[in-house]
Design a protein around this ligand. Sequence first.
Ligand SMILES: [Zn+2]
Length: 630
Amino acid sequence: MARLNLIFICVLLAVPSTAAAAGFVPAAPFATQERPATLLLDASRAADGIMVVREHIPAAAGNFTIVYPEWIPGEHGPTGPLNDLAALRVFANGAALNWRRDSVDLYAFHLNVPAGADAIDVVFDVLMNAPDDDMSTHSIAIVNWNRALLYQAGIDSHHYYVKPSIVLPSGWDYATALRGGARSGDRVDFAVTPLDMLVDSPLDTGRYARKWDLWREGSSFVQLDAFADYPQDLEIPASLLRAYERVPAEAFAMYGSRHFLDYHAMLTLSDAIGFEGIEHHQSSDDRASDDFLTDPDESLAGGDLITHEFSHSWNGKYRRPADLTTPNFHVPQLTDLLWVYEGLNQYLGDLLSFRSGIREPKLFPEYVANVYASMYYETGRATTPLIDLTTGAPHFYLARGVYPAIRRNANDFYSEGELVWLDADTIIRERSHGARSLDTFLHRYTEPGVTGPIVETYTRAQIESLLNGVEPYDWHEFFENYVYRIAPEPPTDELARAGWRIVYDDRPNAFISAEEAGEHGTVGWYGFGADLSGDGVVRDVREESPAWRAGLAPSMKVLAVDGQQFSEDALEYALRRAQHSAAQIALITVQTGWYQTLSLDYHDGLRYPHLERIPGTPDMLAAIAAPQTK
Ligand SMILES: [Zn+2]
């Protein structure tokens, strides 16, 4: 998403009408460039979880409807947090107006503007912190403008103008891709901005901040802006900073183009806020744990956070599926092509993390092994094609619950999409004898060289045609097989084509270990078929596996293994011992107050995925992950 300004020069044009928006006739906007809506966001108490919005919205006398943004770009769904909008008050010429929520469209508010008034004043509170959606702490606040504005219903957001201002918590620093910021005390006033660009330009503010220039050329730059709960978490090791400094050059080499004026990778470091990344055209809203910059495991597990979102500036923001491109935040986005938008981007964000050295390039095969195994053992793949997951993405992003492997979820079109695009890359490399690669496609996909943040939409047929121009091949059938039909296995030929094969043994996979390090989990998924947390809670059970046959289920907790209190060590010891014995492993479990002893009939020990070289073949993965710049 994933994740996500604005000189209003060439920028706002060029959003063609789309399938989703077919037939859309925009209302005439009362807020214009000459007479914009004004928005003052009082964030002075953001650390306390509350902000106050004051908007002056041009209007006309009579029936008038204002709406709260519902379909949020980068979140790919109707996720506007309506529950966080509170204490709404509306005035005209100083007198309070009654408002009424629409009985079907809950994001819309109807009112009657009295004769003689040409604007309304709107005041409301933004309540910032909800379960799994913390946006502020003692020392950090993330401002997503879509949470802090109402706008005239029915307008085209590219031609509706707002002049935003913010009052920051006292003495806090800030970063944003919004243009023209002029600070006076704790108040910052920004230039008049089209609504779509405002929503596309979040602002991070915090007590403890560090900013690093990653690249600069004339007035253009790429900057990493980090905000932390604790100042010591901003002490990035020099070697990691050097790797981040290589990201822009590697991205320019990969794409051969640039479609931003400047770019802010905005990063919060907070266990309370958690892990998330939302792309924007000239910035990204990246959120990670306290020790993201200081713990090497975090760079392995989440090392593509910033590179993934940065890559979206080209793939997702500049090039965007036609049916995902909408005129405002009320028109539903169609998400079927997220296998390109997110699937391709998962591959490219990962490549940038390896090519820049955030992750060591030699670990790329180990990474691919983890992704491949996770998708190979996703049991829901036997019934559910990838296209169903992308089409249903607004639902699947929010899907929760046990048996996640049967359900499949939004993560699958990232991971499996990565394998599909790796396959496409290896096909192009093999058929062109190394003369061309997916990078060749990316150069053509993101022509011309340098523009501001404009949008060029695409369809599936256009993607296939572009690929065919790079390397003649039946790309339509290729995507039919792996995206549009049930695919019993993820693309498998790519491993051999790249000179590798998958093996399973008892050596931990470096990426699984890094992912599990935070929660001290024990992965038995590829062995006996259950995924347990570090304290024995069953997170998932694979159908028809030894764990399934033993009767393990996601609602249980394992208390003891062969008589020993559950621990990772106790489980590992029992698994190794069972390799040399016909005896079953005894598991004592508890489920809603009932204790059971289950017998696990499993003798294959620990199993983790790795890739192993096929002797005598060229190593394509090394070429793919190698730095492309010097
Ligand atoms: Zn993404």
